[in-house]
Design a protein around this ligand. Structure first.
Ligand SMILES: C[S@@+](CC[C@H](N)C(=O)[O-])C[C@H]1O[C@@H](n2cnc3c(N)ncnc32)[C@H](O)[C@@H]1O
Length: 202
């Protein structure tokens, strides 16, 4: 199999100033992404934001959709040692691969639908990608958050207009999160082609 495409896609150059060294956990997860040709991994600009936000969190951080563990690795790298990091992945091969890779790294990996994360709520931070968030009723996500809890949604295309547009139509997901008065929120452009929405429950 020609793996040159996935390899190029998984290791992207960063668009912001950052030290070149990545946390060891992240390097291992990126290596697994390369080996499996997994191209949906969080990019490093997003990862650095995740680690920084995780550093402010106590309690439990949840990730919906583990993939090859890149997001979880950034979250674990930034979070205080006493903060739990839990991640759920539907694909058995990915979930069990990440479980093995992170055995002993204080990351709880579940082979489960992300709905199963409910048992471990409330969360101080929930991380999921925008496509997944479009399929999950927003109020169900809100119900899982602790007071002062934070939601982080990645994989948006930056858009300067209001209301936000995606492919010429109103981006209702972004619109709803950004105008929800229960939250203070911002759409952060982490690279010229990617933005991440952060919303904190007041
Ligand atoms: C965009 S990728 C996640 C990337 C990962 N968060 C990261 O930071 O690298 C989305 C992942 O969600 C998984 N997924 C899709 N539906 C799911 C569900 N209902 N429950 C759990 N995981 C799911 C997919 O298999 C895929 O690996």
């Amino acid at each position: 199999m020609d793996r040159s495409g996935p390899r190029r896609a998984a290791v992207r150059l960063e668009h912001v100033s950052a030290p070149p060294d990545l946390p060891d956990l992240v390097v291992r997860a990126l290596r697994m992404s390369l080996e499996r040709g997994y191209v949906q991994a969080s990019r490093s600009e997003t990862g650095r934001l995740l680690a920084t936000l995780a550093a402010t969190r106590s309690g439990t951080i949840a990730e919906c959709g583990t993939g090859c563990g890149v997001g979880a690795a950034w979250l674990r790298s930034g979070a205080p040692k006493t903060t739990r990091v839990i991640t759920a992945e539907l694909d058995p091969g990915l979930a069990h691969g990440v479980m093995t890779m992170f055995a002993g790294d204080d990351i709880d990996v579940m082979h489960a639908d992300w709905g199963s994360l409910r048992e471990h709520a409330p969360f101080s931070l929930i991380f999921l990608d925008a496509s997944s968030a479009r399929e999950w009723p927003r109020e169900e996500i809100v119900a899982l958050l602790d007071d002062g809890g934070m939601i982080v949604l990645d994989d948006f295309t930056p858009c300067p207009s209001w209301p936000p547009l995606v492919r010429g139509r109103v981006d209702t997901l972004r619109l709803e999160w950004l105008s929800d008065e229960r939250f203070t929120s911002v759409d952060v452009m982490v690279a010229e082609d990617t933005s991440v929405l952060v919303a904190v429950r007041r």
